[in-house]
Design a binder for this molecule. Structure first.
Ligand SMILES: Nc1ncnc2c1ncn2[C@@H]1O[C@H](COP(=O)(O)OP(=O)(O)OP(=O)(O)O)[C@@H](O)[C@H]1O
Ligand SMILES: [Mg+2]
Length: 387
């Protein structure tokens, strides 16, 4: 019996560990049908010889934006020559030269030597190929906010969107992506760009808990042998992931918890594996969120943590907070909004005074982390518990 429950040293729980890698492109993209339909609709004129429309994809980290684009681009490459899709990761490529090189390499499937080419030469090659195939270029600027920081966003959009004016090619389509919800990529474009840009915005909302469960359950099925993650354990992981609002946390948790079980020679993941994995996976998230706060914001967060220690939801009322943090009403609300923006609390309007505030993390751990903001060991926390 013991042999059935435990693993031999050469046995593994993983059917395919690669499906937990950040670079893995899932076979099936769950719960993004509406976004896929909309993006395909915007691109579709290019399949009929016309110019594609532009899109802005906006949603918090880990909501499937990049995966959606990659999947559609993959399908376009496989099925048509009327469209040439090119994916640009703006974290890597921030200058016009770097972006043109990536477009060139996407079109010609050939790596340019690292020096000695002028952006105009590269552009001419790109245009020649587009003309030759009578194809439309659709290109994705993923994490386009990096171009704004680099000061190249407007220049690039201007040059690419207006390629057709000088070169007699079909007008390219742009898919600009950002995870910064405060940023309006259309408003960031200057007037000369806006007159040819006209994007449709597609929103990627954070996944709900049942959606997270579906996505994780599929990944578990592909990556692990049957029965390794029992249903209540998957629920627990989905709960922690929903709190973090990033599906990557869930994928990482499944992998780390299964590795822990495997290391102990067990065939099943236990709650303790998830708790230990959550410390490693989510502690840095709390630390990072706290590190970005001002001292005043951190003081207000400590007060909220103390208030919420005895229960879940609580009400933050400006007057009540005065003994703890003596700031004006405007500053108080600015602090509260900053905490919500940092993903530390959820704010819900409430009839009468104040707002209902829900702390996303364990109050004791938040307090410890507020006192020792640079000490990762202070950020130990667990399952948020049932709803
Ligand atoms: N709907 C989904 N179905 C299956 N896997 C998904 C889904 N959404 C996201 N994933 C997985 O989650 C991970 C993160 O997704 P993705 O990179 O697309 O997020 P993102 O919105 O682009 O995040 P960021 O803003 O941080 O770049 C990927 O590994 C992807 O495989
Ligand atoms: Mg992305």
């Amino acid at each position: 019996m013991a042999r059935i429950l435990t693993l031999r040293h050469d046995q593994t729980l993983f059917r395919d560990i690669d499906v937990f890698e950040p670079t893995h492109v899932p076979e099936q993209l769950h719960h993004r049908d509406a976004q896929i339909r909309e993006l395909v609709f915007l691109i579709s004129p290019a399949l009929q010889g016309a110019s594609p429309m532009n899109a802005i994809l906006r949603g918090p980290p880990g909501t499937g934006k990049t995966t959606t684009v990659r999947q559609i681009f993959h399908e376009l490459t496989r099925t048509t020559r009327d469209v040439i899709p090119v994916y640009v990761d703006c974290r890597q490529d921030r200058t016009p030269l770097a972006v043109y090189r990536t477009i060139f390499e996407g079109i010609f499937d050939y790596t340019l030597p690292s020096t000695g080419r002028h952006p105009d030469d590269i552009k001419e090659n790109i245009v020649a190929r587009l003309r030759e195939h009578r194809a439309a270029l659709i290109f994705c600027l993923d994490d386009a906010d990096y171009l704004i920081v680099a000061g190249t966003y407007n220049l690039l959009l201007y040059q690419i969107l207006r390629l057709y004016e000088k070169w007699d090619v079909r007008k390219p389509g742009i898919v600009a992506v950002t995870s910064d919800l405060a940023l309006n990529l259309y408003a960031e474009a200057d007037a000369s760009v806006r007159s040819v840009f006209h994007p449709t915005e597609i929103t990627f909302w954070p996944y709900t808990k049942p959606e997270i469960r579906d996505i994780l359950s599929d990944r578990v099925r592909q990556g692990l042998y049957p029965g390794v993650v029992p249903a209540p354990i998957l629920d627990r992981i989905a709960r922690i992931t929903a709190r973090e609002q990033d599906i990557r946390v869930g994928i990482d948790l499944v992998r780390s918890a299964a590795l822990r079980a495997e290391k102990d020679g067990r065939r099943k993941v236990r709650a303790g594996d998830v708790t230990a994995a959550a410390r490693a996976v989510t502690a840095p998230a709390l630390s990072a969120r706290l590190a970005a706060l001002s001292e005043g914001e951190r003081t207000l967060l400590s007060w909220i943590a103390e208030q919420s220690r005895d229960g879940g939801d609580m009400t933050a009322v400006f007057e009540d907070a005065q003994d703890y943090i003596a700031v004006g009403k405007t500053t108080y609300h600015e602090y509260l909004n900053a905490l919500a923006k940092a993903g530390l609390v959820d704010l819900m309007p409430r009839a009468g005074r104040g707002q209902t505030v829900r702390l996303r993390y364990d109050p004791d751990e938040v307090n410890k982390a507020c006192v020792f903001p640079n000490d990762d060991r202070s950020c130990i926390f667990d399952d948020p518990g049932p709803d």
